[in-house]
Ligand binder design. Sequence first.
Ligand SMILES: [Zn+2]
Length: 383
Amino acid sequence: MAVKLYDTDAYLNEFEATVTGCFITAEGTFELTLDKTAFFPNEGGQSCDKGTINGMEVLNVEYKENEIFHVVKFFIPEGTTVEGKIDFAHRFSNMQMHTGEHIFSGLVHSEFGFNNVGFHLSDNSATMDYDGKLSEDDVKGLEILTNRMIWAAKNVRVFFPSEEELSGLDYRSKSGIKGDVRLVEIEDVDLCACCAPHVKNTSEVGLFKIASVETYKGGTRLNYLAGERAYNDYLRLSELESELSRSLNAKKGNISESVGKLKHSISELEYSNIALKRMKVSAVCDSATTPFVFLESDYVDIMRFALGELKSKFNGLCAVFAGNDESGYRYLIEYDGKDLVDLAEKLKATFEIKGGGRSGSLQGNIIGSKDSINAFLETQIGA
Ligand SMILES: [Zn+2]
């Protein structure tokens, strides 16, 4: 088993080690084992470190069978001394994210008594799951407290207590931790068993932001950002704000007000559009010589309005169609108090129909030409 150099020094980004094994995989890559490593593997819900070994990209770092396997493209014989380099920007971002999670989870535990029951940290998302329900307001309060703990520059200590020492300690624990218990203590905030690299002082986390809150398995799932990732998200939002400000021609502070005005104008336009359509439909119905009309607009409201106009003018069967010969027509057919089962059967026998109805009313979609539908309905008036 390789000595885990990251266990005691999270800031070590270059190291020398000896190859203890090199195994070919089914994919044709090689799994390298070392006598010691600074590469953190995929473990505890966190994705692995990136970096190089002898200049070769490390494609993956797996923890299995109590050993750490570094996946590389080329064979390196056992006994070779190699030089490992960690992509420290990536590592440090994970350290900021993970320490941020500990502060937040510690506060969730002390303020609400809930446990962190799930943690996932990959390069593009990070989630924390709790076994209790947190409201948006609870989360907001915890987020502020977390940031205050970050700015208070609390020390972070990693240590391996003896069995005796451990038995006297009250610490948060996650399942799946094997071997010696490694504790991460954040001064005045939290004590938690954990296998991952952390920053040495909370101030290095910089910033902590919850991105979303959702109910999950009867508890709460939170998406969050910390450190550089939180800053990058702030940049993204700030650029979005500038873009909106330009396209709405509004000052940055007035975007919400400007969108409100825009929505109001749209609803006024929609209203006058409907009024215009109704006027047009009224004229069509007024000049109709048969109790069925064909419209361009297939808004149900407009179709219903037309049907009302027809029913005030004609007795018996009235029908409104909207659409065109190519893609078909949406239809509304009514005959007050009359059972239209017969008509529905005849329609189905004559045209391709999708629809249904109840007593006195049919609606759906019909494939057929205006002329053929007209001809069919002519035969049905008074039938
Ligand atoms: Zn942890």
